[in-house]
Design a protein around this ligand. Sequence first.
Ligand SMILES: [Zn+2]
Length: 288
Amino acid sequence: MHRTTIGDFELTILSDGTYRADGGTMFGVIPRVMWEKRIKPDERNTIALGLNSLLVRTGTHNVLIETGIGNKLTEKLHAIHRNEALLMRSFERAGVSPDEIDIVINTHLHFDHCGWNTHYKNGKPVPTFPRATYYVQHGELDHAHEQHERDRVSYMTDNYDPLVASGQMKPLRGDAEIVPGISVKVYPGHTRDLQAVILSSGGKVAAYPSDLVCDASHLDPVWTLGFDLYPLECIANKHLFYERAVPEQWLVVFTHDHELPWAYLEIGEKGRPVVRRDQSKGGTTARP
Ligand SMILES: [Zn+2]
């Protein structure tokens, strides 16, 4: 179990297990001969991805960032993605109950980021975190409701509509502080309104950039996802993210890396961000 502290905050990775996705869609315009050196695809050209939720215990609030894929996929989608739906088991192993979660933050509403928001009880979707307030960007919710032909396959209404109807999901309009030290910042690119989560306590910072930088294979600013709706904005926003994350030594949490759930970064020989060789020291104090 991956657990660390950032100032007064305790951070724990709670995994929903792995799933499979097409390697080509994960690397967009990057040719397979380049990406397969980093990740070997199987005979169907799929690669394994992690589903890393992050539990933040601030001492006052228990905040859960992202909720994986969950257990509501249809048989057909489950056969494609082969997801394991382990998040509730991860909660048990961490000694935490879903009832203890005060806040859930969804970076966006793609099915692989908000699946455990709800589960089925007697055939009806009910909140998995009954006491929690769920936060998402208003624009993301609008786009999910649009069911655009380009990406409607990524949106499952049962993951969010019941929470909107009950008032448990609060749409945000832009950057916001959710509780002291936990903020969301919008980085358009993957979707128009994708929000990263920034945690700061005791002069240390951790960030959950979600699909802006989804794993250690996608650190290069131009290695973006085929799913990205606005690729040029992705590249620009990755640069903006690194402008702070590298010099201030943020701990970067990777939503889809099943081997390395978090890392400190440095600028590599080619002038591109890479995983810092020495991960042992922890973050230096953020500069003002
Ligand atoms: Zn996504």
